[in-house]
Design a protein around this ligand. Structure first.
Ligand code: HT7
Ligand code: ZN
Length: 844
């Protein structure tokens, strides 16, 4: 397989002055006619006329009206062309029906749809399928479907025919076409300059009552981007389409976003609060791409974080503004620690801007997205809010219409602030999670923080240089008052000291407030200090973090020494839970505890081989201890957070439900599931119904309800995904593989549907104690299904291989079993490039 390097970038030899495409739709033999105006690019040195193409049957090709002599080359075709403007015309045939990889033009439930990012357009026609080649598209669709959609504005439409024009030059990865018998949920939005935009959410008949929430989220996003970033929408129409078979969450195609139906369809009866929140964030994310991604795109795929990191950062800001900022921040950090830290600490570690790849689909990672967003957040913290806004305005002014780079992004900050960001740039090139170590000194007046940083070697990077780490610090007095409001310390050296004078009593520092940098903080403080911060920290993130650290230390002690759950933690937690000045969602987060895989990672970092059984036992013991310690409090929390009146997925309602459900899950440990059965029986929304079912299964009950749930929801694919997952998530560790295997034999298990495959195999790989059960059955089952899925859908297969990324953490017996499964996958005949690259990296 060929490796592509960032350093080898060269511009394409031609500029495109316009693209006309005609689609004659037929499930097994769609014809695509292209007419593309090319002219030589004066800035390019490589003048080769090469067009990408994959799985295409070429019917004809012509240059300036004369049949062209094309040569098949690796990944596409070449032709000799004039050293002057010319018109390329081609006709190809493709087979959407058999396209199970879900890249290019494919069919989902009788509907045609496309997915072109990153390199899917080359499966539609011959084209320079690279993001720095931008062009205006005109698209004609001929087909029998009632609705025929493409990017931009409609030029004309009649029975079986539609013509679309997108005036904004775009790279091919933003091309989209949808055709099907769809219904629309309409809306309108008036932009700040007074332009009316028609909005539609297109769905299959039967789903039209699940669009109202998504439509409101879209309007809120449009308004927020105007208010906060000054960005206005730039077409007369914005379409969203819900598709059942989709490899990821959603896609920001210009004017025609395509969504995994799980990321747009919502109703109280079928969606949980978590689903609503996720849908709101993803709709915002895709909409925000219109400026950060579409108007300004990436020069090449190495620059992916330019659009993804920034857009994730923007959608996180949006959620923080619309809901609770501390709760949003804690949730983001949980996601970062849960997904990005393991990636950065294992064989798949790569920089936010990778320097090489074989298959770009494998780099849509937590590092590029979530760590990429953290990097933007640090930049904003370092330059300040006003300077951030000024720099971003300059970015939009200077680069509108460009295919830009990280250098361009940093340059606008340098130009508008005068700051040298040379060292900051290391966040883009250095992989790994820095460790920030703190030591304290006090001399009766001056309090000193000695900070040091180090990053362990990662694949391909043995030496690490110091990075710029913004460390947000506040100081508290021993009675809990804040004696110094949050200040940003800039750690730039390997070791640096920061002095705070004039403190007659020794202050207590609150360090890395709001998680001001994506690092591992090693503070070396004792339980008493943590309990103090849990009780008094004025920074909501650090207050939560203090509780989290106490839980972590309690669990680690139980795992390694068999110690009982820590009483100081339980006391401190009890006080927080009783404090009803704190919002319910925040208290629900406080009740949570580190995941079992997080604990395994921590043990591994401490040089201790994690034992999944011991981790599982300690985690269960801590939950049982909470159930016992809060025996009186939990029913009160449950009762106080019941809501009369209609369901609403807003922050307040969902916060109350999350606290009540967290209480219920502990109560179910002592009442055998009686209260959960009551909740299940009267639940009128999915948040309450699913939580009750989950508690019942956890309590070893719920057989009847599980069957009733299936009976009630068997026609709803998205709800049935939950039914599949839940049974695996709540299975006892020794039964996880068996339950999963049984579910793969269920008539509704369809591996071609990525949502269903992920619901089942994702749940298997995320059940830490079950996946790592010593009999190795789960390893074998996952490998078996990855091997089956690879020829069908390489992209989804490759992503799910990451379940094995932590294999070297475990004992020799488990390592041997996982390694054998990795070998089995690697040795599979005709393994896809996607999966091959992932397995090779994981094994390295
Ligand atoms: N920019 C998109 C990333 C993407 C994708 C989406 C759906 C299917 C396949 C895909 N490959 C890449 C989604 C986003 O980040 O907004
Ligand atoms: Zn994105």
């Amino acid at each position: 397989p060929t490796t592509i390097f960032l350093k080898d970038y060269t511009p394409f030899g031609f500029i495109i002055d316009g693209v006309e495409l005609t689609f004659r739709l037929a499930p097994k033999a769609t014809r695509v006619l292209s007419r593309i105006k090319f002219r030589p690019n004066p800035d390019a040195t490589d003048k080769r006329f090469f067009l990408h193409g994959e799985s295409l049957t070429l019917i004809s090709a012509a240059i300036d009206g004369k049949s062209a002599d094309v040569r098949d080359v690796d990944g596409g075709i070449e032709a000799d062309v004039p050293d002057a403007p010319f018109v390329w015309e081609a006709e190809v045939e493709i087979n959407p029906q058999d396209n199970t990889a879900l890249e290019g033009l494919y069919m989902s439930n009788g509907m045609y749809c496309t997915q072109c990012e990153a390199e899917g357009f080359r499966k539609i026609t011959y084209y320079p399928d690279r993001p720095d080649v931008m062009a205006a598209f005109e698209v004609t669709i001929e087909g029998n479907e009632k609705v025929l959609l493409s990017n931009g504005n409609p030029l004309s439409q009649s029975q079986g025919f539609a013509k679309w024009q997108d005036p904004w030059p775009k790279p091919a990865y933003l091309f989209a076409l949808v055709a099907g018998d769809l219904l629309n949920h309409p809306g309108t939005f008036t932009t700040k300059s007074g332009r009316q935009v028609d909005l539609n959410i297109w769905v299959r008949p039967g789903d039209e009552n699940k669009c109202a929430f998504g439509m409101q989220a879209l309007k809120d996003s449009m308004k927020w981007d105007e208010d906060v970033y000054g960005r206005e929408y730039d077409l007369d129409l914005f379409n969203i389409v819900a598709v059942d078979d989709f490899n990821m969450g959603a896609m920001e195609n210009k004017g025609l976003n395509v969504f995994n139906s799980s990321c747009v369809l919502a109703s109280p009866e079928t969606s949980t609060d978590g689903n609503f929140e996720r849908i709101e964030a993803i709709i915002a994310h895709e909409y925000f791409h219109n400026w950060t991604g579409n108007r300004i795109t990436c020069r090449d795929w190495f620059q992916l974080c330019l659009k993804e990191g920034l857009t994730v950062y923007r959608d996180q800001q949006f959620t923080a503004d619309l809901r609770s900022a501390p709760v949003a921040r804690i949730s983001n950090v949980l996601a970062l620690r849960g997904r990005q830290f393991p990636e950065d600490q294992g064989p798949l570690s790569h920089p936010v801007r990778p320097e090489s790849f074989q298959e770009i689909n494998n780099f849509y990672t937590a590092t590029v997205y979530e760590k990429g967003a953290e990097v933007i957040g640090m930049l904003k913290t370092l330059v300040g809010d006003a300077a951030y806004s000024k720099a971003v305005d300059l970015y939009f002014d200077r680069h509108d219409g460009d295919a830009a780079t990280i250098e361009d992004w940093l340059q606008v900050f340098e130009d508008s602030t005068g700051r040298d960001l040379g060292q900051f740039k290391r966040w883009y090139s250095q992989s790994g999670t820095p460790r920030l170590t703190v030591r304290e000194d006090y001399d009766g007046d001056t309090f000193t923080l000695h900070l040091s940083q180090s990053t362990a070697p990662t694949p391909g990077q043995d030496e690490k240089l110091p990075q710029v780490i913004p460390v947000a610090v506040g100081l508290l007095s021993p009675n809990g008052d804040e004696v110094m409001a949050t200040q940003i310390l800039e750690l730039t050296e390997a070791e640096q000291s920061f002095r705070f004078e004039g403190h007659a009593t020794r202050p207590i520092p609150s360090i890395l407030r709001d998680f001001s940098a994506p690092v591992i903080l090693e503070q070396g403080i004792d339980k008493t200090r943590r309990a103090f911060l849990l009780a008094h920290d004025t920074d909501p993130f650090n207050r939560w973090e203090a509780g989290r650290m106490l839980a972590r230390e309690s669990l680690l002690a139980s795992i390694t020494t068999g110690a009982a759950p820590d009483a100081a933690y339980l006391d401190g937690l009890g006080a927080v839970l009783r404090d009803d000045t704190l919002d319910a969602a925040y208290r629900a987060l406080m009740l949570g505890q580190p995941t079992q895989s997080e604990l395994a990672g921590l043990l591994h970092e401490a040089g201790i081989t994690p034992d999944p059984e011991a981790i599982h036992t300690a985690s269960e013991d801590l939950r049982n201890a909470k159930a016992a310690a809060f025996g009186d409090l939990l029913p009160v929390l449950y009762q106080d957070n019941q809501i009369d009146g209609p369901y609403s997925p807003d922050a307040d309602g969902s916060g109350k439900r999350s606290l009540a459900n967290a209480a219920l899950s502990l109560i179910s440990r002592t009442d055998g599931g009686a209260l959960a059965a009551e909740q299940y029986a009267k639940a009128d929304n999915m948040t309450l119904q699913l939580a009750a079912l989950s508690c019942l299964l956890d309590a070893g009950a719920g057989k009847e309800q599980l069957a009733a749930f299936e009976q009630q929801w068997h026609d709803d694919r998205l709800v049935m995904d939950k039914w599949f997952s839940l049974q695996i998530m709540q299975a006892k560790p020794d039964q996880v593989a068996e339950v999963t295997k049984r579910l793969t034999q269920h008539p509704d298990f369809d591996m071609k549907n990525p949502n269903r495959f992920r619901a089942v195999m994702g749940a298997l790989s995320m059940h830490h104690a079950g996946f790592h059960h010593k009999n190795g059955a789960a390893y074998a089952l996952l490998a078996e299904w990855l091997i089956k899925l690879d020829p069908v859908n390489p992209q989804t297969t490759a992503r799910m291989c990451s379940a094995f990324q932590t294999w070297k953490r475990y004992d020799p017996a488990r390592q041997t079993m996982m390694s054998a499964e990795l070998d089995r996958i690697a040795n599979t005949k005709d393994l896809s490039r996607d999966t091959n690259e992932m397995i090779t990296r994981i094994r390295s």
